[in-house]
Design a protein around this ligand. Structure first.
Ligand SMILES: Nc1nc2c(ncn2[C@@H]2O[C@H](COP(=O)(O)OP(=O)(O)O)[C@@H](O)[C@H]2O)c(=O)[nH]1
Ligand SMILES: [Mg+2]
Length: 228
């Protein structure tokens, strides 16, 4: 088991109320299951919002901040080991999906191939997938593997939202500069992808991310399933 520790979770997402968007019941998040193989995916039950990103980028912390809990998704100090897809229900409205991280240097080729198979199948085939939140460290965005993931998402036509997280590690000015730079590149390479700054430590960007999740889930409910 990777070592875990409590991570300071800042504010709960409250600003989503009254902004006109139906809120997701983020506070109802409950673990449902872990899957190691595409054959084990549960029957689609609600729009799924999946979190993807490099190991150690801050994915589990972002999920914890969004649901206002310290340890729903584990925060790991030894990244790269978990090759499981974890599902968390939000009442009956939506499902949060924590995809395994990638890009950890110590990971053997076999683990990497399994990651590609598991995450690749999920992204390409999952009917109930409403959108993917790509979590990138604001200090090191758009690594080669991030680019590959964004390419897959574009090919599969998956709505994508980027969190540039750990923004608290940069000055306000440097964080804005990173946002502008990545946004500019995305507008050419991955048009339609949205992006924001985020900090699990400070709680910055939680309400914007929560609104985006609600919007993606609602849009999925209205749209016909992929391939129909
Ligand atoms: N300063 C700061 N540290 C963060 C933030 N998000 C995550 N971390 C730290 O980054 C490390 C990896 O976080 P984790 O959520 O486990 O990343 P994951 O592997 O992508 O799930 C942990 O030590 C976290 O405490 C953030 O917004 N700000
Ligand atoms: Mg994690």
């Amino acid at each position: 088991m990777p070592k875990t520790r409590d991570f300071t979770v800042a504010r709960r997402p409250k600003a989503t109320r009254g902004d006109g968007a139906a809120r997701l019941a983020l506070e109802k998040a409950a673990f449902t299951l872990s899957v190691h193989d595409p054959g084990e995916f549960p029957a689609p039950a609600a729009p799924e919002l999946a979190f993807a990103g490099r190991s150690n980028a801050g994915k589990s912390s972002a999920i914890n901040s969004l649901v206002g809990r310290r340890r729903l998704a584990f925060v790991s100090k030894t990244p790269g080991r978990t090759q499981l897809i974890n599902f968390f229900s939000l009442g009956t409205d939506a499902i949060l999906v924590d995809l395994p991280g990638y890009g950890y240097a110590g990971v053997p080729g076999e683990v990497r191939r399994h990651w590609e198979f598991l995450v690749g199948s999920y992204i390409a085939n999952r009917e109930s997938l409403a959108g993917v939140i790509v979590v990138m460290d604001a200090r090191h965005p758009l690594t080669p593997l991030d680019r590959r993931l964004l390419d897959w998402l574009r090919e599969a036509g998956r709505p994508t939202h980027v969190l540039l997280t750990k923004a608290d590690k940069l000055s306000k000015q440097a964080a804005q500069a990173a946002l502008t730079l990545v946004r500019r590149e995305m507008s050419t390479l991955w048009p339609g992808t949205t992006i924001q700054l985020f900090s699990s430590l400070k709680g910055d960007g939680i309400s914007e991310a929560a609104s985006t999740l609600a919007h993606l889930a609602r849009r999925k409910n209205k749209a016909p399933a992929k391939g129909e």
